[in-house]
Write a new protein. Structure first.
Ligand SMILES: Cc1ncc(COP(=O)(O)O)c(C=O)c1O
Length: 377
């Protein structure tokens, strides 16, 4: 007789369930990256063309309107979001929303580094704060998808069209997984390492027209390092949005992003990417529904992430989760599924587009196996 103590017959073919860096696109191999630009200046005709191509592909797959600019910047998502904070905040009062670790990190930046005394609206892990309590005469900082709690904003309905302040969305684990309402977003940032399965190191910054207006009309009181400077003498540095990066980029990371974006186009563009995330999240949800010892950390399905899905495990503490994840890693059945270090002990399974649904399905019995092991230990 088979018991859950026996190893399941089928293993996920690609056990890459980390929430960042995330699984490479199916079929990815380093030998498939274009390398003609490596060893060349990023300011050569070829270098600029590849950067511009990467920008064009992102615009296409994000369905970004012409009203919004998009540029590649240093420092991954953190660099892009801090660049936005450092260059634009201070002109108006600020409200910062925090319901998990990364949103809390932007609060720390605002309070301790910029010292701008923001209004902070918080919620516990698993919850969303009251979005209707936001005063939109303020600039508003928030995380579209809270990667460490698996709670996201459901949509952009809570952001008024006639807002006075600017909306700043850290959208790193949201882009390419949800259709974003760009008219409600003045600033968005992300890194290629999430839904695209690209590399860290570079960030992407998206600016709506009102953000550009802020950059051209306002100079913050604090000093700005060169890697944050987006405007000069009252004018936006337009080159940044045409592939003329502030400093030297990793062209290998750019080529890797291009590979992922071309794959995204092949599988049906934005709709294809979103459908894959949706299918993965649904497959994981079915696994959770069948197991009384597993639950969702995000209480409300309407604001539950479809990328970084965070799970509760009955009676789990940090030691149990560590063991649970280590058992699966040792079997090459699932890598990196322990929850984030600041989150309540639990599991976290990436469901972004680069993960195959069959692998999520195959993960279910392995979760049972690990659960049986930790309980009999
Ligand atoms: C919501 C959110 N913000 C910021 C970051 C930091 O991203 P990076 O390491 O690309 O700077 C992460 C990484 O997981 C994230 O999930």
């Amino acid at each position: 007789m088979t018991t859950t103590l026996d190893r399941p017959a089928v293993k996920p073919a690609r056990p890459f369930f980390s929430s960042g860096p995330c699984a490479k696109p199916p079929g990815w191999d380093a030998s498939r990256l274009a390398t003609g630009v490596l060893g060349r200046s990023h300011r050569s005709k070829l270098g600029k063309a590849r950067l511009q191509y990467c920008i064009d592909l992102m615009r296409e797959l994000l369905e970004l309107p012409d009203t919004h600019r998009i540029g590649i910047v240093p420092g991954s998502d953190t660099g892009a979001f801090e660049m936005a904070m450092w260059t634009m905040l201070g002109a108006k009062p600020v409200t910062a929303l925090a319901w998990e670790s990364f949103g809390e990190g932007w609060v720390t930046d605002a309070v301790k580094q910029l010292k701008i005394d923001p209004t902070v609206i918080r919620a516990d892990y698993g919850q969303l704060p009251d979005l209707n309590a936001v005063d939109w005469s303020n600039d508003v900082l928030f995380t579209w998808n809270g990667t460490t709690s698996g709670v996201r904003v459901p949509d952009g309905e809570w952001i008024p069209a006639d807002r006075e302040g600017l909306s700043f969305a850290d959208a790193t684990s949201a882009v390419f997984a949800y259709a974003l309402p760009w008219d409600k977003i003045d600033v968005a940032t992300f890194s290629w390492q999430k839904v695209l399965g690209g590399e860290g190191g570079h960030g992407v910054i998206i600016l709506g027209p009102r953000a550009v207006e802020r950059l051209e009309s306002y100079t913050p009181a604090w000093p700005l390092p060169k890697v944050f400077r987006l405007a000069s003498k009252g004018a936006l540095t337009e080159g940044v949005f045409k592939g003329e990066t502030i400093n030297t980029p990793s062209m290998l990371a750019v080529e890797d992003a291009i590979f992922a974006l071309e794959w995204g186009k092949e599988i049906g563009g934005p709709a294809g990417l979103i459908a894959r995330s949706d299918a993965n999240a649904a497959a994981l949800d079915a696994i959770v529904a069948e197991r009384p010892w597993l639950g969702h950390l995000a209480a409300d399905p309407a604001s539950r992430s479809k990328t970084s899905v965070c799970l509760t495990v009955e009676g789990a503490d940090e030691a149990l989760i560590k063991k649970f994840a280590a058992l699966l890693e040792a079997e090459d059945a699932a890598y990196d599924i322990a929850g984030y270090r600041d989150a309540p002990p639990g599991l976290r399974v990436w469901c972004g587009a680069t993960v195959d649904t069959a692998d999520i399905v195959a993960l279910g019995p392995w979760l049972d196996w690990a659960w049986a092991q930790v309980r009999t230990a």
